[in-house]
Write a protein that binds this ligand. Sequence first.
Ligand SMILES: Cc1ncc(COP(=O)(O)O)c(C=O)c1O
Length: 363
Amino acid sequence: MDIRAQYAPLRGELDAALAEILDTGAFILGPRVRAIEEAVSQRLDNRPCVGVANGTDALVIALQALGVGPGDEVITTPYTFYATAEAIARHGATPVFVDVEPVGACLDPDLIEEKVTEKTKAIIPVHIFGHAASMTPILTTAAENSLSVIEDAAQAFGSADGEWAVGTMGDIATISFFPTKNFPGIGDGGMVVCSDPDLGAAVKRLRFHGSEDKVVFTEVGYNSRLDEIQAAAVNIFLPHVDDWNDRRRQVADWYREAGLGQHVTLPEERDGVRHIYHLYVVRHPERDRLRELLVEDGIGAVVYYGTPMHLQPVFAGLGYSKGDLPVAEEWADTGLALPMHPNLTREQVDEVVAAVGRAVERI
Ligand SMILES: Cc1ncc(COP(=O)(O)O)c(C=O)c1O
């Protein structure tokens, strides 16, 4: 990731927006928050959008708005960033981990039904690394069992499952504007995308202490607002996200053309999915050694996520063991993220591929 290269052409616009915020003193829930909520809503079928402080709060608030509470169960993927599972546990609910699909590494829809119990309230598919989850069968299972669906879209703004844009399929979708995300801010920020105005109003109340008017408090909520500085940055970046995503897809094509697939297993797209390569995760059985050799060679290579959620110490009490969710565990044992950002050049891609080739020969 080369964040500064990505922002460099927009620096003048960012500086001007920051200066204007300082001049006006409108720091919290001002015009820029309303503008970005409106702009994202227009992209996502006019769904009500509510800016919040980060993508984790977006999940916590979404679960509360959908009525998830102590004793409930929420089905999700073990192959995600911890925030997805943490948000469930934060409410005293239990994350129920279901294995992922071999292609795309998202929640396997065929394995959900058998995990549904009387306590199940919701499903959280995560569009991991920018690859859309298999939403059509997930939505069918959810409808048959009266479950809510939250799309965790922190890594996948602009991705799609067939003709359906990520963020327009669940009851709620959550977005993160963390600076390394494919749709970034310049600090922490997030958004909740709702399928109807009542949910939108509930999320709006929850982000401000459970109040509509700051006078009467009807629920226990949060202080979780997208601030104007982040909103300014996100407004400036939004018109560029599609181009950045296209360039990420171009980089993925270059990796393939340059022969990376001779050395490691390349990420694939399920039929009809538009992968936006928030992360470019290849697989190799000797992943840790490969990473060491690449780092020695000056190539950025990072493991996401080496320990799947069902094997994290925090969830030891849930009773999972190694081997329970083999596909997620295989991804966790073998996945390695290689350099991926919109400003990578063909020459840099060739350099990475050559370094991977040299490293694999030495293993
Ligand atoms: C899949 C996923 N969900 C949720 C989050 C949480 O977002 P944030 O870091 O903005 O709280 C992240 C970000 O790291 C993420 O990758």
